[in-house]
Design a protein. Sequence first.
Length: 310
Amino acid sequence: MPVGMDGRLSRETDVWSNWLRNHRYGGDADYERNVRSRVAVYVKRVLDGAKLWPGMTLLDIGAGEGAVGLAAIERLGARLRVVFTDISPALLRHAEALALCAGVVTQCKFLLTSAESMSPLAGASVDAVTSRAVLAYVPDKLAALRQCYRVLKPGGRISIGEPVFRDEALAACALGQVLAARPPDHSDRLMKLVQRWQAAQFPDTLEAIAQNPITNFSERDLVRFLQNAGFCHIHLEFHIDVNMAAPAPWEVFINTSPHPLAPTLAEIMATQFDAEERRFFKQAMSPVIESGERVCTERMAYVTAVKPYL
Ligand SMILES: C[S@@+](CC[C@H](N)C(=O)[O-])C[C@H]1O[C@@H](n2cnc3c(N)ncnc32)[C@H](O)[C@@H]1O
């Protein structure tokens, strides 16, 4: 896994903004359209779960480019106020610019704060909380959900949509174990390179999986954390979608990564493959990637809950 795997901001880089604005799409307009249309479906589900109403204040945690909050304003119009929080100043500035362009900036507030702290927000100050693809990266998920509970008014709802990457990591781990058990002279050239690729993007030992915030939880843990934070009326929907991957040009595909903390395949090949391995890998894999003859599985947990009236 790359340096800076905790994803914290440094002066030099902001992994979050770089991924959301570059490595999610590999710099390709068609690929970007495809990703954005899938994200719009996730955002819609999160907003449906929040049960928005005019006049309310919505807090969107880890707002990124503002996908959830701006879609909420589009849905509800001028009578919705949205607080966007994030740990990335670059993304908050970008979301603010988008809100300005959309003519809705007076309805919005932008706060630099982590999900685990939320110190600028007073207790019982918002009517609903949303979060999409954020908790997966937060090391202390229970602390973040306790903050959500603190800032929500009694009766307020939380609606989250999180990717669950555990199975990807377990698959990388299993492949590593199978290859390690083969006799040394066994020819698994392609699979060894695939394993190197997977292990660079996901933790690939049981110990590393248990320690990494993106893989050390399941959808059921999200329910448990919400319960421990004090929420009631908890409802989980776990979606597994198995589809054929969209065909993508090789050069685009290798410049994408599956999550903000993973290096791109191009970076992995440059740093972990020698020239002959790069040539062999491209020859074997590019027809599969470019034809879309590849199964792609997405696992998303959607959870809603309510802060009880005590
Ligand atoms: C995959 S992006 C999702 C962005 C946005 N929610 C969306 O749906 O497009 C993850 C976001 O979480 C933010 N983030 C990561 N760790 C965070 C933390 N501890 N507290 C708050 N935000 C965090 C990142 O800056 C980034 O904007």
